[in-house]
Structures are given as structure tokens and as C-alpha cells.
Design a protein around this ligand. Structure first.
Ligand code: NDP
Length: 334
């Protein structure tokens, strides 16, 4: 079988020298362990942070060791009474075609009759992140204006629909016409701002005539700089990510804080979030998401590349905006 290892730490945008495929043996599961066949792996923007050795909330990947990330697998052999052969499970696992792990490293997927890939998208980590950031920090209200950057991505596609559900006006910031169409026509957002068309500030003023009450932050940088002056008094800003800064080269990293004057003037609440902070509420969020997906209320896209060797390109595509919805890689059939 093959595994995908971190060959060297990238400076700036990762390239082909960052990754290496390596052949390794598949081990036999011991007592309490299970043998898993990878069906899907998730590529996520936060993985870029783990490729560097700068201290952060998640430990750096080790050079020469496999990358680790969201995974849906099928149990092929079980030496644990928690699982039987054929079960579908999800967890954070090494990027390999097969894994042997202790049974408590994974849990059964909760996707019922839906595609098991959903456990990594609309019924998984990105959707939970959208749920907690929007509902627990953004707290959108009926009639308020909610702006979301990265609006057609894995987190953004769910965050906006949650705000629509409580009756807010939702404006999404996206990088292409196709994504603008997706969020307005399929997801029902009220307007789209296409940042690559230029003048984000003008587009935001036009689409948010009453100012902005919640800004769900996914990208950082210049796009967000256009948002700050439009924040209303007591606006809330869940700070989920800043993807536009993840591939800055050494020396470019310290872009400085340019937001304070706007926060003070308007007593805006801006709060960072890590999905793990909300662990005790996971059941509540899964239940709400499962219900909304099964009654057709929550729409979503998955962009799926095929084959284990597609992982590096799928990951890099996150930074050029190739994905609509959640970017995944299908490694094998059940
Ligand atoms: P997405 O599915 O949104 O994929 C990334 C998207 O970001 C791309 O498709 C692209 O869309 C956009 N993008 C890429 N580069 C830039 C750039 N330079 N400027 C503006 N937009 C850019 O990813 P996720 O939904 O998985 O993640 C969204 C954000 O949430 C990320 O910042 C991520 O790190 C963060 N996150 C945080 C978590 C937490 O616990 N705090 C958990 C999960 C995610 P476009 O074509 O529109 O440019």
C-alpha cells in the first residue's frame, strides 16, 4: 500500500517537493485493533499550518512521516468488539490506503443512507465549525445582515444557510461567477460579492446598505479589510480562519493588525473559534445538521477528486479556489 508523507516543510505555497508517496507494508491488527480500508480522505486548509513547524494549536506534522487528516474507512478485519467487518467509520488517520488502529481512534459514521463522504463535509468537521461559529458566536437575528467570506467552501456553504434559517439577510464573498451562482441560486443567499472582480468595498456597500451585523471570517487580508468599516454597532465577528495568509513566505507573515479602530468605535465582538472548544455540544450540532440534511433544508456540494495520488493536487486546489463546497478525495470503493 501507499502512504503520503511530508517530504519537506514548504516556504510559501506547497509544491511537488512538499509531498512524497511511499510504499509500506500493511500490518495485521492485534487484539483491540481494526484493519481499515480508506474510502475518502479530507483535505483541509488547516493542514497547511501543520506543515510548518511554527507553534500552533495543532502539533506540526513530522518530516518523513505521513500526513494526517479526516478519513472515512471501511472495517476490513476487527479484533475489537466495538466494530464488525464492513462497518463504516471516521476519524483522524494517517494518509494511507490502509490503517491499523486501536478501535477507540474512530467512530461509526452517522450518514445513514447518504454517501459516507458526507461524514467529512456537511455531517462532519466543517459543518460543525460553521454551526458553532455562526450559532454560538455570530448569533444572527431576523432581519440582520450577515456576511460570510469563503462563502462557497465547506464551512461557508453551511454557515450562510444557518443564518438564512433564522431570517437574516446573507451576503457571501466568493472568488468566481460560478460560486456566486451556487450561493445565490442553490443555497438561497441574498447576494454575492465576487472579490476577483475588484473593489470589494464598493460591492459590499451596494449589497449591504444597512451595514453588517455578523461577519463570519474565513479568509483574512484585504477582503476583510473592506468589511471592518461597514460593521454596525455591536456586530459580532466569529474568526474561523484566514486562508489568504496561510501561504505567505517567511518574513511576510506579520501583516499587522488593522482592525482595532473599527472594533472600538462600534464595540464589535470579534471572537476566534476552534471547533474543539465546543466538544460538549457536538451531539446538539450533529442532530440539527442531520435533521436539516434529511429534510432537504440544508444544501451542500462536495468536489471529489479520484485516487490516492490526487491528494496533493486536491489540497493545493483549496488555495486557488478550485473547490465548490467540501474538497475530498475518493481513494477506494466500498
Ligand atoms: P474551503 O472549502 O472554503 O476551501 C478554501 C476556499 O478558500 C477556496 O475554495 C477559495 O475560494 C478560498 N480561498 C483560497 N485562497 C484564498 C485567498 N487568498 N483569498 C480569499 N479566499 C481564498 O475551506 P474550509 O471551508 O474547509 O475552510 C474555510 C476556513 O475555515 C479556512 O480559513 C479554514 O482554515 C477555517 N477552518 C477553521 C476551523 C476552526 O476550528 N477554527 C475548522 C475548519 C476550517 P474562492 O474561490 O472563493 O476564493
Amino acid at each position: 500500500q501507499e502512504q503520503l508523507i511530508l517530504q519537506e516543510r514548504p516556504n510559501g505555497l506547497p509544491d511537488k517537493d512538499t509531498f512524497q508517496f511511499k510504499k509500506v507494508e500493511v500490518n495485521e491488527p492485534e487484539e483491540g485493533e481494526i484493519l481499515l480500508k480508506t474510502l475518502y480522505v479530507s483535505v483541509d486548509p488547516y493542514m497547511r499550518g501543520r506543515m510548518s513547524d511554527a507553534p500552533s494549536y495543532a502539533a506540526p506534522f513530522e518530516v518523513g512521516a505521513p500526513l494526517v487528516g479526516g478519513n472515512v474507512s471501511q472495517v476490513m478485519k476487527s479484533n475489537s468488539d466495538q466494530f464488525t467487518s464492513g462497518d463504516l467509520v471516521t476519524g483522524n488517520l494517517d494518509f494511507q490506503e490502509y490503517n491499523v488502529v486501536k478501535a477507540d481512534k474512530v467512530r461509526k459514521v452517522r450518514t445513514n443512507d447518504l454517501s459516507p463522504s458526507n461524514a467529512l463535509s456537511v455531517l462532519g468537521m466543517p459543518a460543525l465549525t460553521a454551526y458553532f461559529g455562526m450559532m454560538h458566536i455570530g448569533e444572527p437575528k431576523k432581519g440582520e445582515t450577515v456576511v460570510i467570506s469563503g462563502a462557497a467552501g465547506a464551512v461557508g456553504q453551511v454557515a450562510g444557510q444557518l443564518a438564512k434559517k433564522v431570517g437574516s439577510r446573507v451576503v457571501g464573498i466568493v472568488g468566481s461567477k460560478e460560486k456566486a451562482k451556487y450561493i445565490t441560486e442553490t443555497l438561497g443567499y441574498d447576494a454575492a460579492v465576487e472579490y476577483k472582480k475588484g473593489n470589494v468595498s464598493e460591492q459590499l456597500k451596494e449589497t449591504c446598505p444597512d451595514g453588517i451585523d455578523v461577519y463570519y471570517e474565513n479568509v483574512g487580508g484585504e477582503i476583510s479589510d473592506a468589511v471592518w468599516p461597514l460593521l454596525n454597532v455591536f456586530a459580532r465577528v466569529p474568526v474561523c480562519g484566514a486562508i489568504s495568509t496561510y501561504n505567505l513566505e517567511e518574513g511576510e507573515k506579520d501583516i499587522g493588525l488593522r482592525v482595532q479602530q473599527f472594533l472600538i468605535k462600534s464595540r464589535v465582538k470579534m471572537q476566534g473559534l476552534l471547533i474543539g472548544d465546543f466538544a460538549e455540544h457536538y451531539d446538539e450540532a450533529y442532530q440539527a445538521l442531520e435533521e436539516a440534511v434529511s429534510n432537504g433544508e440544508l444544501k451542500f456540494e462536495e468536489t471529489i477528486h479520484k485516487g490516492f495520488h490526487a491528494i496533493p493536487d486536491a489540497f493545493l486546489g483549496l488555495f486557488s479556489g478550485e473547490n465548490i463546497g467540501k474538497q475530498l478525495v475518493k481513494v477506494a470503493d466500498k
